[in-house]
Design a binder for this molecule. Structure first.
Ligand SMILES: Cc1ncc(COP(=O)(O)OP(=O)(O)O)c(N)n1
Ligand SMILES: Cc1nc(C(=O)O)sc1CCOP(=O)(O)O
Ligand SMILES: [Mg+2]
Length: 228
């Protein structure tokens, strides 16, 4: 089983345009971890293999010091080479079952489900550790991502897996996402486009973390109410 404790709360995702070199990446990631970040995704859609491996290892070392889990976007082989905690896979990326085979049963493997309960069901059956839905709000980082509505989170509670909300998430969106059933919120610009990632993470945490027990209660309560 993956570290379930890490699969709640704020999930920061790096961005190569915002963090242009190793120093900026390291400084911003460390600042976010000093703010209490426990889950970080390394996402660089343009890195060549040697840059990707160097930066993934740099983040893996940093994560060790701060007890943060590192997830690699798209690339299970890179996750293995960097000794990361897991990988995030979209619908055009590698097959989840193959990634599980490569990374082992303890790895965290996340799956993009857009706004689809069918994709969520397939991911759950294939052994996903969490299900990601979005984009919920307009995103400067990925404006073309297909949009999702909050109800999908309520319906997805049936899978009893951690649910990630992504896309344009600002602090003011957190109460409605938590109430709908998100156990994690994935954020790029709200953290890494800010002057101080530490302060940004603290702001998100202060709003989102107190809602988490309420969220689980609501999710269980909803499930129970539907089954009686
Ligand atoms: C937590 C999380 N959710 C969704 C995504 C998007 O993944 P994908 O659809 O594969 O798109 P790219 O990120 O690869 O452009 C994600 N990375 N993380
Ligand atoms: C990488 C990504 N995937 C999305 C999806 O909906 O699948 S939205 C997104 C970008 C999230 O960045 P920001 O917090 O800056 O909007
Ligand atoms: Mg992808």
């Amino acid at each position: 089983m993956p570290n379930q404790q890490a699969l709640r709360g704020i999930y920061a995702i790096t961005d190569a345009d915002l963090l242009a070199d190793d120093t900026q990446l390291q400084t911003a990631a460390e600042s976010a971890m000093r703010g209490g970040l426990k889950l970080l995704q390394y996402r660089d859609k343009t890195a060549d293999p040697s840059k990707a491996l160097r930066q993934a290892r740099l983040l893996a070392d940093l994560c060790l010091s701060y007890n943060c889990q590192l997830i690699i976007n798209d690339d299970p082989e890179l996750a293995k080479a960097a000794n990361a905690a897991g990988v995030h896979l979209g619908q055009s990326d590698s097959n989840l079952i193959d990634a599980r085979e490569l990374l082992g049963k303890k790895a965290i493997i996340g799956s993009t489900c857009h706004n689809s309960i069918e994709l969520a069901s397939l991911a759950a059956q294939s052994g996903a550790s969490y299900l990601a839905f979005g984009r919920f709000f307009p995103s400067l980082t990925k404006p073309q991502a297909p949009s999702a509505c909050l109800d999908i989170l309520k319906v997805a509670s049936q899978f009893n897996l951690p649910l990630v909300a992504i896309g344009g998430i600002q602090p003011e969106h957190l109460p409605s996402l938590a109430k709908a059933g998100a156990s994690m919120v994935a954020v790029v610009a709200g953290i890494f486009a800010q002057p101080c990632p530490k302060t940004a993470v603290e702001t998100y945490r202060n709003i989102f973390e107190p809602t988490l027990s309420f969220t689980s209660y609501e999710a269980n309560y909803d499930t129970l109410s539907r089954s009686v």
